[in-house]
Design a protein around this ligand. Structure first.
Ligand code: FES
Length: 571
């Protein structure tokens, strides 16, 4: 155990006027001095908000964390940060991920905290909190909120991925508005985040695979009392982490990042995983490249039979053994010695686990699908890369050449997608421009464009779709996303025209438009960049500084960290 002066003693351990001020105002909460003086002071960074329904149970969860902190001899202080609810925030929660990370970073550094518990749930809340905490780098543990229970509708199990199916069924006239209303209540029947391997679940798995959580964190349902037990135990553990001075930078090694990439492949995680992990790596100073994602996943098959790549739900994953049972299958390819928040190597989190359902978690030598992970494509249409999720795509479309049907922006797409005169058939390649980080701004989840109504009515269920935007982790289809550079900074996608031939060659990981370099250069010379630039506020700052998707879409000046030291003291 390391013997280090508590950071909080710079506040509560002082004498004279300064110590008086720091302690006296804490006492107005009815707290005796011995509660916080000389004990590890643990911040509980809470993204609770009734505007973030996925995180609306977090006050209760924070109480469990507090009980654990008290039990271990620490002193808990709960503090709010901006919360990001995927369903309500407009224009897109991704616009504010970096803003929340700034809120988290400054809140931790500015206050008398020795350690912090990050309460994360809905998609962006996890990367935003980890990014902010990385830039301070004090002992930190993550507690996820857990997924909803599986929805039940008309005798079927449902969750968020079914929203896309219901929408297509309604547009094709196979589902009524009344049935849609009933399905709404049937799907969201408990507390928690989306119950499929969407982005929120992917982020919870990422945190567990990085070693930032106690074992089993990712899969325990929000409504299961064991979620509170995990929160309690995490509260106990963070106090010891402060005593051991076990910081984020001790856990987040290159090996931990590789473990996260391998595990993400095996669980069929969201494409958003790439953009968030790149941003986290940038904050903690790990040199991670978009190409590392494909390299790491090539040998790893899909083990988890979970929607949207498979059939089951997060609840099923927990009952089948959770992430420890998945990681046990991956033992041969994981970095077993990577250190975790428990102070033990990651292998200690999974080696005694058991799989209870091979239909949900397949064995490594009999995988659910030999194709897994997120693939990185390169080519003249995406010089810096684009991503796709092959396990959620249609095999027959992964080697495909088709004529482009171009939508210049989201409004153009909405106006024309169901136009009976739209010149499109099932072999077309739909291209959506100007939905990237800078151009939209905020890179919304619109990349899995709807199939045109007239094709839906013919029974078409998938087409090749390409954009510089993102896709919900709950989405599926042969969808190429995150094209970089984006249209609004002059990427090749900006000059694609209707009728251009686009070739998706998954086998060779390439995406090209059949135009010569000269033709592309000539078109680019004529290009007028038309990003809708904000003139004030956070969005102005964001558009001036956001990086491209292949770099993680962080703000350039937020990369790295400033540590936990405060260099000026007004008291
Ligand atoms: Fe919050 Fe899906 S909307 S996780």
């Amino acid at each position: 155990m390391k013997d280090k002066k508590l950071r909080s003693s710079e506040w509560f351990g002082r004498t004279g006027k300064d110590g008086f001020i720091y302690r006296s105002w804490m006492k107005n909460q009815g707290i005796p001095a011995h509660e916080f003086k000389g004990k590890p002071v643990i911040g509980i960074c809470n993204t609770w908000s009734e505007l973030t329904p996925c995180n609306a149970h977090f006050r209760e969860l924070a109480e469990s964390v507090k009980h654990g902190i008290y039990e271990a001899g620490g002193f808990p202080v709960e503090f709010p940060v901006m919360s990001l609810g995927e369903t309500l925030i407009k224009p897109t929660a991704m616009l504010y991920r970096n803003l929340v990370s700034m809120d988290v970073e400054e809140s931790i550094r500015a206050n008398p905290l020795d350690g912090v518990v990050l309460l994360c749930g809905c998609d962006k809340t996890t990367p935003a909190l980890i990014m902010g905490a990385c830039s301070v780098n004090i002992p930190t543990i993550v507690v996820s909120g857990g997924a909803m229970l599986t929805g039940k509708f008309q005798g079927h199990d449902i969750a968020t991925s079914d929203v896309w199916r219901f929408s297509q069924a309604q547009r094709a006239g196979r589902m009524s508005e009344e049935e849609m209303n009933i399905a709404e209540a049937c799907m969201s029947r408990s507390r928690g985040h989306c119950a499929v391997m969407g982005t929120a679940s992917t982020m919870a798995v990422m945190a567990e695979a990085l070693g930032l959580t106690l074992p089993e964190n990712a899969a325990i349902p929000a409504a299961d009392s064991r979620r509170k037990v995990l929160a309690h135990l995490s509260g106990m553990r963070i106090v010891d982490m402060v005593r051991e001075d076990l910081k984020l930078s001790d856990v987040l090694s290159p090996q931990a990042f590789e473990n996260a990439i391998i595990t993400n492949a095996a669980i069929g995680g969201s494409t958003n995983f790439i953009i968030h992990l790149l941003a986290i790596a940038g904050r903690i100073g790990i040199n991670l490249n978009i190409d590392d994602f494909d390299t790491g996943t090539k040998a790893v098959p899909l083990l988890a039979n979970l929607q949207p790549s498979g059939k089951y739900f997060m609840e099923d994953l927990y009952y089948a053994g959770g992430i420890p049972a998945v990681m046990k299958e991956l033992d041969g390819v994981l970095n077993k010695d990577a250190l975790t928040v428990t102070g033990k190597p990651i292998s200690g989190h999974y080696q005694n686990s058991t799989c209870y359902n091979r239909d949900v978690i397949a064995a490594i030598d009999a995988p659910f699908n030999p194709i897994a992970g997120i693939s990185v494509l390169k080519g003249n249409l995406c010089e810096h890369g684009a991503v796709m999720k092959p396990s959620a795509a249609t095999a027959a479309l992964m080697q495909h050449t088709g004529k482009a049907v171009v939508f210049e922006n989201i409004d153009d797409y909405k106006a024309r997608i169901d136009d009976p005169n739209l010149d499109v058939d099932e072999t077309s390649v739909m291209v959506l421009k100007n939905v990237g980080p800078k151009g939209y701004p905020g890179m919304p989840e619109v990349g899995n464009m709807s199939i045109p109504k007239k094709l839906l009515e013919k029974g078409v269920t998938d087409m090749v779709r390409i954009s510089d935007g993102r896709m919900s982790g709950t989405g599926f289809g042969t969808v190429v996303l995150h094209v970089s550079p984006e249209a609004s900074v002059g990427g090749t996608i900006a000059v694609i025209q209707d009728g251009d031939l686009i070739e998706l060659d998954f086998k060779n990981r390439s995406l090209n438009v059949q135009l010569s370099d000269k033709q592309i250069a000539e078109r680019k010379q004529q290009l007028v960049l038309n990003a809708d630039m904000a003139s004030r506020g956070y969005v102005y700052l964001y558009q001036q500084h956001v990086e491209q998707a292949h770099l993680g879409a962080d703000l350039d000046f937020l990369k790295g960290g400033s540590g936990s030291q405060i260099h000026k003291d007004s008291h």
